[in-house]
Ligand binder design. Structure first.
Ligand code: 9Z3
Length: 349
């Protein structure tokens, strides 16, 4: 594909692929299912030596939480995630309203211990984390840019091919639809003051840089990201189960756009979600035409935190039920169906 001829191979890819090869070999030998979970937003740098970039919304909650439930269901998980976004297990203590030091306390002898208030819950998380470490079932691979994401997805998919239907792709990362191709990217920081404007040399495309100043205005002219999902389904992972997410903000478009994506790429399942309600409702759209909503009931959309108001249910607060604890077992069932019945792209929801 032309994209990979024209956009640079990330420096981290070789070492990541070596780690993934050993990981996949181990789990192929143990006949374990392997899920590639993607998570977090992809950036679009505007300069080669990047000061400015465009980002896609995603904290990594969907991916990190789902990864934990895949591990609980017996999958090995390759967690391809945006660097510094939420990680499985660590997510319970990072990026939260508490600073991690709030979980600590001094013991009577002056040593540092986990505060008694958190010990029980942290013990549960720690046990799961230690098990994943001991069994070597969780591989963390970071990316930052959309280019790094695409290279990793392609190479990991090809590496997973020998797993056949025992492999699954769960594409929760928020992938940019637009990017700056390498041959239209400027090297240095774009100068905003007119006194310092320069037409930076720009590869050999002969086209103007994708991001440049015109007077006081910054003009950004992005290329479309190639339709990688089509390639994943048809070429890179033809025997895997493939699940993609569709993010919308307008409720009236969600079902239609999810159906459209499924029809266009002919994979197994699209999970539609809306930005404002994603933590408590998702729409499953499957290739057989089956559709169903998974919804956390209204009275379980907020943890009972003192002072929380019913009208804030589901906003920034964490629901009492993690919807991923319902999503992942549903997928596991569909995956079993797919493995047992060959590969019908018509799964009964
Ligand atoms: C999603 O829809 C994810 O569920 C969220 C998760 C990004 C909403 P958070 O990380 O949010 O929990 O804060 N991902 C979007 C997937 C996406 O970009 N899909 C692309 C597309 O449909 C390519 S597969 O074109």
């Amino acid at each position: 594909m032309e994209y990979f001829e024209n956009n640079p191979r990330p420096a981290s890819l070789d070492s990541h692929i070596a780690l993934a090869r050993a990981f996949i070999d181990q789990h192929a030998e143990q006949n374990r299912r392997v899920a590639l979970v993607t998570s977090g937003g992809t950036t679009v740098p505007l300069e080669n030596q990047t000061v400015r970039f465009i980002d896609n919304f995603s904290a990594g909650t969907r991916g990190a939480t789902s990864a934990e439930y895949f591990l609980e269901s017996g999958y090995a998980v390759i967690f391809l995630h945006r660097q510094f976004s939420l990680l499985p297990y660590a997510r319970h203590y990072s990026h939260s309203t508490n600073c991690f030091l709030d979980y600590m306390a001094f013991s009577s002898s002056g040593g540092v211990v986990i505060d008694t208030e958190y010990q029980h819950q942290m013990g549960d998380v720690l046990a799961k984390y230690k098990k994943a470490k001991h069994d070597n079932t969780l591989l963390l691979l970071p990316f930052t840019t959309v280019n790094e994401y695409l290279w990793h997805l392609r190479d990991l998919a090809m590496l997973m091919q020998p797993l056949g239907p025992n492999s699954l792709f769960y594409l929760a990362a928020a992938v940019s639809d637009f990017f700056v191709p390498a041959d239209r990217m400027v090297e240095h920081k774009i100068q905003s003051s007119e006194e310092f404007h320069s037409q930076q040399p720009n590869g050999n495309s002969g086209e103007p840089p994708a991001a440049h100043m015109e007077g006081k205005r910054l003009i950004i002219d992005l290329d479309p990201v190639p339709k990688f999902l089509k390639l994943l389904v048809d070429k890179w992972a033809p025997h895997s189960m493939i699940i993609s997410f569709k993010l919308e903000t307008d409720p009236s478009m969600l079902a239609e756009k999810s159906r459209y994506a499924l029809k266009k790429y002919s994979h197994h399942l699209v999970i539609g979600n809306l930005l404002n309600t994603r933590k408590w409702e998702v729409l499953f759209v499957s290739a057989g035409g089956g559709e169903k909503w998974l919804r956390v009931p209204a009275n379980r959309r907020t943890k009972s935190v003192s002072g929380s108001r019913p009208e804030d249910a589901g906003k920034d607060s964490e629901p009492a039920v993690e919807i991923e604890s319902w999503i992942v077992p549903e997928i596991e069932k569909l995956h079993t169906q797919m493995i047992e019945n060959g590969d019908p792209r018509e799964l009964a929801l």
